[in-house]
Design a protein around this ligand. Structure first.
Ligand SMILES: [Zn+2]
Length: 250
């Protein structure tokens, strides 16, 4: 059986690389200096370089299921089962959520690379977001736990294309909020050194919809006036948006 992957590796080395060798040697000699941390879903249809017209050295990328951001201290609120009907916590209020490459990448990008933009990019037809409603395959215990980072974005409604799209967008905002829980992110956002961008990529339209905090909407890039809003946490508008994007009480 032909080894297709090996063929591709050889083709890259022999045919593609010679044309871009100078660029890579320059990036090695002078190091990487990307300005953008791109946190995107692992979905194969989301291609960050295509969307942003970028290439080698331009994006520091971390991808995971559904483009989630873990809390900086690794702690999440207790699951609802640990909360009494009156809303009081029963037992441990918070729990450790494990090791996270995504959190490490955020720290490295901000503190070492000193990126000036962080993009959180969800997308249409996201299997991770759908799994919030439909569950995960048996045995996927890590996936099940990982989805906890998006549960707050899920709506108490029957799953539908509209509900999924709204959840995909709400999840992006939730991750932006969590990013602001990283001290090095908050500090730089507040001093104007770092901008946060919430994106929802609609695969079938080939268009990114960017979050606009003033309207509380995701606006198609074709009619947007900016590439995503931030900082926003301390703006009076944010609290309204925050409320409107909170899941309804079931
Ligand atoms: Zn996805």
């Amino acid at each position: 059986m032909p080894d297709e992957l090996l063929e591709r590796l050889r083709r890259f080395h022999e045919q593609t690389f010679p044309g871009i060798q100078d660029q890579f040697q320059d990036l090695v000699a002078h190091g990487q200096h990307p300005h953008i941390l791109f946190i995107g879903c692992s979905d194969s249809r989301l291609v960050p370089y295509l969307l942003t017209g970028t290439g080698p050295g331009d994006l520091f990328i971390v991808r995971n299921v559904a483009a989630f951001v873990p809390p900086h201290d690794g702690m999440l609120p207790a699951p609802s089962g640990d909360i009494s009907p009156e809303g009081a916590y029963l037992g441990a209020a918070r729990r450790f959520t494990g090791y996270h490459g995504t959190a490490a990448a955020i720290e490295f990008a901000v503190l070492s690379l000193q990126v000036t933009h962080i993009v959180v990019c969800g997308h249409s037809h996201c299997g991770g977001i759908r799994a919030l409603y439909e569950g995960v395959p048996r045995g996927a215990i890590n996936l099940e736990a990982w989805l906890d980072l998006g549960r707050e974005a899920a709506l108490p409604v029957q799953v539908s294309p509209e509900a999924l799209r709204r959840t995909e967008q709400r999840a992006v905002i939730l991750q932006l909020e969590r990013l602001m829980g990283y001290p090095m992110v908050r500090e730089r956002v507040e001093s104007g050194q770092l901008a946060l961008h919430g994106w929802h990529y609609v695969i079938e339209e080939g268009e990114v919809h960017v979050f606009d905090v003033r309207s509380g909407q995701f606006v198609p890039a074709s009619s947007a006036t900016h590439s995503g809003t931030g900082p926003y946490r301390d703006s009076p508008v944010f609290n309204e948006i925050d409320e409107s994007y909170r899941p309804q009480q079931a």
